[in-house]
Design a protein around this ligand. Structure first.
Ligand code: HEM
Length: 350
């Protein structure tokens, strides 16, 4: 369904907007982003952002990622107990994507708070949505200012590259630019944060595999792929809408149906992965779908891998012991259905 054109990503076109019409502009920006578009609009936006978000740019972030990871490892060292989610897993991707975009200095802290309020509000009830309105408004104003600033004084970061991205004379307009920045921020931090925290819990659940990684850090590449498969941070992609009646495994989905492709299920498919419920850090081949496939394939997969590898390796190399500070059964997944990650992971580190 991620490649079949009968499944459309355009919620707006099908009158089934994921947000109500009265929703504020910043929230609507999300539905205007390329995740919720079909070709040719999707291809156009993807081509423009791909000119800015290049593999070369991601690779150039490698030192930055290591520096950010080292900073937060230092902060959690020596503390009796930390929340692996809030004190580490959230901070690393947030700082990396902010640096990448060029949001720094005085803007960064303020912006992190707004983003947190905004992201939380999209997963909780309507009351939180209303409470997050001022933060959402200020955040959008910041995007407008940042784009204007980068137009007049370019730097070597992503917003400048987005401002300059040009495809045969075509450019992102102002709303598209704001939608793209918001998409990169939201897609780029909570997902990777959940990878770091759930992967750590998966390793604690499988001490033999944790030990294996400690003994042989060279396993980190296959380890991250397996951890992405085993506990996928994005359980399903964005909803798709059927443009026509579709027959699937003997069931007819009528035109206009909303369909979710369950990545977590595909990643435990026993016809593809031998012993799918076993965590095997050396698994190869490992054709998991954690980053989906087709035209909407995750734009940030290489960045996410870079961050996942650096963060997990630093954790297992810096601490000889990582121990849950609560019963395993007390860990709770966040309530949002579109992301899979723990609310908190209290740990003791030695
Ligand atoms: C472990 C971390 C991540 C996972 C598991 C993940 C997963 C995914 C998945 C499954 C999709 C496809 C959604 C669909 O088809 O409906 C997607 C799309 C996307 N991801 Fe990621 N992602 C991660 C990290 C990132 C990062 C770090 C960035 C950017 C900084 C990013 C940017 C995007 C964007 C822009 C799209 C939309 C692509 C499009 O519509 O063409 N992701 N991601």
């Amino acid at each position: 369904m991620h490649t079949d054109k009968v499944f459309s990503s355009d919620a707006n076109k099908h009158g089934t907007m994921p947000l109500p019409r009265w929703a504020p502009t910043t929230f609507k920006l999300l539905t205007q982003s390329m995740v919720f578009k079909d070709d040719p609009e999707h291809a156009r936006l993807r081509s423009l952002v791909s000119r800015a978000f290049t593999p070369k740019l991601v690779q150039s972030m490698s030192d930055d990622v290591d520096r950010v990871v080292a900073k937060y490892i230092e902060r959690i060292s020596g503390r009796a107990e930390v929340d692996l989610v809030e004190d580490f897993a959230v901070q690393v991707p947030l700082e990396v994507i902010s640096r990448m975009l060029g949001i720094g200095g005085a803007d960064a802290d303020q912006f992190h708070q707004w983003l947190k309020k905004f992201a939380d509000s999209t997963t909780n009830g309507p009351l939180d949505l209303v409470k997050a309105l001022p933060a959402a408004r200020k955040m959008r104003k910041m995007f407008v200012r940042l784009a204007e600033d980068r137009r007049s004084s370019p730097d070597d970061r992503l917003i400048t590259a987005l401002v300059e991205a040009c495809d045969g004379g075509d450019r992102l307009d102002d709303v598209e630019m704001q939608a793209m920045i918001l998409l990169l921020l939201l897609a780029g931090h909570d997902t990777t944060s959940n990878l770091i925290s759930t992967a750590t819990v998966s390793l604690l659940d499988n001490p033999d595999q944790l030990e294996r990684l400690r003994r042989d850090p060279g396993l980190i590449d296959t380890a991250v792929e397996e951890l992405l498969r085993y506990n996928s941070p994005v359980p399903c992609g964005a909803p798709r809408f059927t443009l026509d009646d579709v027959e699937m495994s003997g069931t007819t989905l009528s035109a206009g149906s909303k369909v979710l492709g369950m990545i977590i299920s595909a990643n435990r498919d026993e016809s593809v992965f031998p012993e799918p419920n076993t965590l095997d850090l050396t698994r190869s081949p490992n054709k998991h779908l954690a980053f989906a496939f087709g035209p909407h394939f995750c734009l940030g997969s290489q960045l996410a891998r870079l961050e996942g590898r650096a963060a997990l390796l630093a954790l297992v190399q810096r601490f000889d012991e990582i121990e849950l500070a609560v019963q395993r059964s007390a860990l709770r997944f966040k309530r949002t259905p579109s992301l899979r990650g723990f609310q908190t992971v209290p740990v003791r580190l030695r």
